[in-house]
Ligand binder design. Structure first.
Ligand SMILES: [Zn+2]
Ligand SMILES: [Zn+2]
Length: 415
């Protein structure tokens, strides 16, 4: 499910609509794009009907935590993954539904900001607890065989907080969205020690899309995590509320219908399982290839798709790009090409490394039990755009034997 979010344009205040994965606002009134800063936990509210503004205590916002993302786990000799999208009550309140179900999907949510007013109940559940709860549902669903849990990771996940508006009037509590009676108000609902007014640090913040190096306007698609400056041929991503340069290369291609898919190229050193070069990776994971001097000279590097994809397609593409890395020619720093937006942050790509080693490994019995000891130190990172020919059905890489169905890449932008 993809949330539709309404908020005010940061430049002119006109109402604008974003999708959950969007980072850039598009304002039809002032035509200025702004970039939404990653706040860690985004806060949204379900829209409330206006009919009960006479409420004794103003609107009360009850928190639900939402988890959306991919869970990879490696239990026994089985590697499994699941796409999960669910909401959980952020504190115990039996009167209220344990989850919001499909409601956030059916309506436009509002970005919580200072204009909303009301009071917000403090969450008891932490985002970490929600992740653990989400992971336990994977096990409960019976998709994982028994055996020791060697590894688990969350990739491309978002945890957000969605508030359900409640209204207490004459001792009755109402669902503020449906304007429907829930039941008699309980004492905690008007206990102001467990709720707070809007907190200034919750205010969504935006950056102007001005290139820090040359002052030109940067461009990007709405869901791009990396913005491009065509004027000085640079790429930028947001970190700590400012744009920082992203080293990149574009590997040129010559076929007619080209799409350039981004990959995070992550150079690492490992502890726990000793791997320093590509040759070591081939040996440890028992790849059916003869390790040659080129493999031994290439430092250990993983090539992870910088796009959100379904888990199986994601791991498959990461595996084949990593194994094919010596086949790709050197790239250049020139942006004017059909570059697919980066939709998976580098941090999330790094979280996939262990799952990728598990997936690549041929002799699982020997390697999987060592996974808990395996850790990675990142040496260097950059972004590489690889040319893929769009055959209509598949995107086929033109230097190596890797392909991904076009529909999977398109669908990934909704994940
Ligand atoms: Zn505007
Ligand atoms: Zn520039």
């Amino acid at each position: 499910m993809e949330l539709r979010i309404s908020h005010g344009c940061p430049s002119c205040g006109a109402p604008v609509e974003m999708k959950e994965a969007d980072r850039l606002t598009d304002c039809a009134f002032c035509d200025v794009q702004n970039y939404l800063v990653d706040s860690g936990l985004q806060r949204y509210a379900l829209p409330s009907k206006d009919t009960r503004r006479r409420a004794d205590h103003g609107a009360l916002y009850f928190p639900y935590l939402r988890f959306k993302g991919n869970i990879f786990s490696c239990q026994g000799l089985q590697i499994s993954h699941k796409v999960l999208d669910t909401t959980y009550r952020g504190l115990s309140a039996p009167l209220l539904p344990p989850s919001l179900g499909v409601r956030p999907q059916a309506m436009k949510v509002q970005m919580v900001d200072a204009t909303l007013g009301g009071r917000y109940f403090r969450r008891k559940e932490t985002a970490v607890a929600i992740l653990q709860r989400a992971a336990s549902t994977v096990k409960a669903s019976g998709t994982v065989e028994d055996g020791p849990l060697y590894h688990r990771s969350f990739i491309g996940e978002t945890v957000s907080c969605i508030y359900l508006p409640l209204v207490v009037e004459d001792g009755i509590v109402y669902d503020g969205v449906l304007d429907r009676q829930i039941g008699p108000a309980e004492p905690w609902m008007i206990d102001t020690s467990i709720s707070v007014p809007f907190q200034p640090q919750w205010q969504p913040s935006f950056l102007a899309t001005i290139c820090p190096q040359c002052g030109a306007t940067m461009r990007g698609e709405r869901d791009s995590l990396v913005l491009h400056c065509d004027n000085c041929q640079t790429c930028w991503s947001e970190k700590g509320r400012k744009f920082v340069p992203v080293p990149y290369q574009v590997v040129p291609g010559t076929a007619s219908d080209l799409v350039y898919l981004p990959f995070w190229r992550i150079g690492v050193e490992t502890r726990g399982i000793e791997m320093r070069t590509m040759g070591d990776l081939l040996r440890v994971t028992n790849q059916p290839v003869v390790v040659n001097s080129a493999h031994r000279e290439r430092g250990l590097e993983f090539w992870i798709p910088a796009v959100k994809l379904r888990p199986t397609a994601f791991l498959k593409l990461a595996r084949s790009a990593t194994l094919s890395q010596l086949k790709f020619p050197e790239g250049e720093r020139r942006l004017a090409r059909p570059l697919h937006p980066v939709t998976l942050p580098l941090k999330e790509a790094t979280q996939a490394l262990k799952s990728l080693v598990a997936e690549m490994t041929v002799r699982k019995k020997e390697v999987l039990p060592q996974l808990p000891q395996l850790s990675f130190g990142v040496r260097q990172t950059s972004l590489v755009f690889l040319p893929f020919e769009d055959t209509g059905h598949d995107l086929v890489q033109i230097h190596a034997s890797l392909a991904v169905p076009s529909s999977v890449v398109r669908f990934g932008r909704k994940l």
